[in-house]
Design a protein around this ligand. Structure first.
Ligand SMILES: Cc1ncc(COP(=O)(O)O)c(C=O)c1O
Length: 451
């Protein structure tokens, strides 16, 4: 690669590019440029413009942006849709903070994305946490509608139900009855549909949140569609005009005042591309079904077809050590989206091809355990934090999220018990990444040293 300015970023990206042969992670374009995007790719610099008389303004669209948004609205079957250039994160913050006032009560799931917890904090809201059932492999599943009805019947002060659907593992529960129940009682239903942007394109998927009658849904186009990282949309389902304005005002406060036309163009091209190729979901399903069938008697990995789940989210359960399998796949240039203790999660999109699944299958077939990458050093100095093994009984002064997917693991204020420290050590060993709100070093925690 030509790198005359010796940029470490270019160097780092090039190193990844050289290693990565097969991406089962986001963004949904999988590093392949669809030919319909050629004009964008070839004009990156000349298309990077600002709001001028001859262009348009994302927040006050009158010409080509207005036309594009109108088409987006039809694509999403929404009352109105907004392009987001700060990810689904800004859509989540704007929906929650736009519609609720300080002190209001919101029902959230224990495994929701960190942006939901941040919206609760920034909006000074009261949260009621919905505990989720677990899959037999240990990851969280969506709570049933009945469970949510029970909570809403008991607590009439709840003003908003916030759900993630589908979840990171592809599970999506029915929400039509819930949406109708909430709408009758003036309770907002906001659906973090970051992982379900593709639901509208095929009857192989559950109905989208907007089609199910919810107030708002938020889609990260970059996760499962060929759109640039950081691009997303917010869709209005059933909301009155005043509420739409409240969300829009919050969006204008939180988003950048210089939205990138490159991002917006990539969003626009993405949904048109999906409309054009939506039939590909049928062939993708066939390829995934065949791949899973071939794995039925595999000695290294088990995987099952589960009709309850979005089929494009592939869950692999290594029979041995998860990290050994991941390192082996990575050594062979195959990268997964995320993993936990028992499960490797792969994202597949209509940009994947038969040869990709063959390559993945053959690599798994030829699995040979090799020692995983060297274990992390213990003592690295940082100006904030205490080595976590010394933190038993101390009060945690930061939030800790598991990333990906970004769900809350320990909340600020938790008194750390031995089990937490054992679990943290286990996460380190399993190479499960943690995002912390203060300390940067993986081995240190920001705690109250007097407690
Ligand atoms: C369930 C869920 N919601 C929201 C987000 C935030 O999306 P974005 O990265 O587009 O801001 C993520 C990102 O990982 C996510 O997994």
């Amino acid at each position: 690669m030509d790198n005359p300015l010796r940029s470490p970023i270019l160097k780092g990206l090039e190193e990844y590019q050289n290693k990565s042969k097969l991406r089962f992670h986001m963004p949904g374009h999988k590093g392949t440029l669809p030919e319909e995007f050629n004009a964008l790719a070839e004009n990156l610099y000349s298309f990077d413009v600002t709001e001028l008389d001859d262009t348009d303004d994302l927040y006050y669209p009158v010409s080509f942006l207005a036309e594009s948004l109108n088409d987006l609205k039809k694509d999403r079957k929404s009352k109105e849709s907004f392009y987001l250039v700060n990810g689904s994160t800004v859509g989540i913050l704007s929906s929650v903070m736009g519609l609720l006032d300080p002190g209001d009560k919101i029902l959230i799931e224990s495994g929701c994305h960190k942006s939901v917890h941040n919206a609760v904090k920034l909006g000074r809201l009261k949260k009621v946490v919905l505990e989720q059932p677990s899959h037999k492999k240990g990851f969280p599943l969506p709570a049933s509608e009945e469970k949510i009805f029970e909570i809403l019947e008991e607590d009439k002060d709840i003003k908003m139900v916030f759900l993630t659907r589908p979840n990171y593992y592809g599970y999506a529960s029915d929400i039509e009855k819930l949406a109708a129940y909430c709408s009758e009682r003036g309770i907002y239903t906001i659906i973090d549909e970051a992982h379900g942007s593709h639901f509208v394109y095929s009857s192989l998927f559950p109905k989208s949140a907007v089609e199910s009658g919810c107030s708002i849904s938020i889609n990260s186009f970059h996760k499962t569609m060929p759109s640039f990282t950081q691009t997303a949309v917010l869709n209005i389902g059933s909301l009155n005009e005043e509420d739409i304005q409240r969300v829009r005002s919050m969006l204008l406060m939180l988003q950048t005042s210089s939205p990138s036309f490159l991002f917006i163009a990539s969003l626009d091209l993405s949904f048109r591309y999906m409309q054009k190729y939506k039939e590909k979901f049928l062939s993708l399903k066939k390829m995934i079904d065949l791949f899973l069938r071939k794995l039925e008697n595999n000695i290294h990995i088990s995987a099952e077809m589960d009709s309850e789940k979005d089929f494009t989210r592939i869950l692999l359960y290594p029979k041995g050590n998860v990290i050994d399998m991941l390192s082996y796949l990575e050594k062979n240039g195959i990268y997964a989206e995320m993993h936990d203790e028992n499960t490797i999660v792969l994202i597949s999109t209509i940009l994947d091809e038969e040869r990709d699944f063959n390559r993945l299958y053959n690599t798994i077939e030829n699995y040979k355990r090799s020692p995983s990458i060297s274990s992390p050093q213990n003592k690295i100095h940082d100006n904030i934090g205490l080595p976590f093994l010394e933190c038993e009984g101390k009060e945690l002064l930061e939030d800790i999220y598991i990333y990906p997917p970004g769900s809350l693991y320990l909340e600020k204020g938790t008194i750390l018990e031995k089990k937490h420290l054992v679990e943290l050590a286990k996460f380190r060993k399993q190479k499960i990444r943690l995002h912390k709100s203060v300390s940067k070093n993986d081995d240190l925690l920001y705690v109250n040293i007097d407690k």
